[in-house]
Design a protein around this ligand. Sequence first.
Ligand SMILES: NC(=O)c1ccc[n+]([C@@H]2O[C@H](COP(=O)([O-])OP(=O)(O)OC[C@H]3O[C@@H](n4cnc5c(N)ncnc54)[C@H](O)[C@@H]3O)[C@@H](O)[C@H]2O)c1
Length: 320
Amino acid sequence: MSRPFSQTFKSVAVLGTGVIGASWASLFLAKGYHVRAYDPGLDAEKKTRAYIASAWPQLNTLGQVAADFNPDHLTFFASPEEAVKGAGFIQESVPEQLPIKLELYQRIDPALELDAVIATSASGLLIKDLQKGFRDPSRFLLGHPFNPPHLIPLVELLGNDQTNEAAINAAKEFYEACGKVTIRVQKEVPAHVANRLQAAVWREAIHLVSEGVASVEDVDKAMTAGPGLRWSVMGPHMLFGLGSGGGGIGEFCSRYGDSFHRWWDNLGQVTLDTATIKALVDGLRAEENGRDFADLADQRDRKLIAVIKALNEGDTEQVN
Ligand SMILES: NC(=O)c1ccc[n+]([C@@H]2O[C@H](COP(=O)([O-])OP(=O)(O)OC[C@H]3O[C@@H](n4cnc5c(N)ncnc54)[C@H](O)[C@@H]3O)[C@@H](O)[C@H]2O)c1
């Protein structure tokens, strides 16, 4: 299938400007696009402009602001139909509820430009269900970010047999031009790829706390001072390939396969029941040690920006 999706558009539509949409809007503006927004929420425009004002210095520190960045290139519209007019790319980030997304898609469908591509930020809803909102679903795909999308590079791309390959390629090109790192999810599974990896690690982190193996604080420290640090540089396969001492991942598997099989057999299943949640709340309160939400969020963002900056500066070759 081929369809000429435009690569030269100046306007991007952002539908929904909550946690994720405001962050997307910040990034697209920083990259010099005109952003056409729609969100029926109370004070949505005011909140989005405030978010952009705080995101802009962060993007600037990361060298992500184009010369033609202009915060006035954000326009809010009273309807989604108006917002998508003239937009070559549409990023939908409305609440994770199928009826809300479907109703919105049915409204915008007749107003979309012929060569527009539309991506949903959906974390858990299935493409095959979301596609039902369009008469022609071939231009619709998943473009799943990691919060906050203006800082975290990853975008997961997913289509299915009804999706035009050219739409996925156009989205990939667009996101990468915005500084994102894309991966292609080849088969639809709940939570895509990155959230499954997070869920697997968190399950064992909770299991270790529940079994009394280590405190919440020490499990967190084990991650940030150990594997978490390495994982920001290379993925688990590449790292274990290096762990062979030069023989490659095959050599690593023969050397350590028995150990990993024993460990996998011993990993836990957990449930977020009352007792487990209480153990996490108490443990995290001790780890927070009086620091409030704003302190911790600020610390997270400052460290994250420092890490991304260092990785960008050290990234002289593609390693993973
Ligand atoms: N929060 C995350 O960590 C995260 C990460 C990745 C993906 N996502 C996905 O992004 C999407 C948005 O999540 P969020 O966390 O930003 O939610 P949110 O509740 O913060 O924002 C949703 C926004 O959509 C607006 N809205 C409601 N109905 C609308 C409509 N018909 N048209 C336009 N806007 C409408 C709301 O007023 C609100 O501002 C969801 O699909 C979610 O799964 C969230």
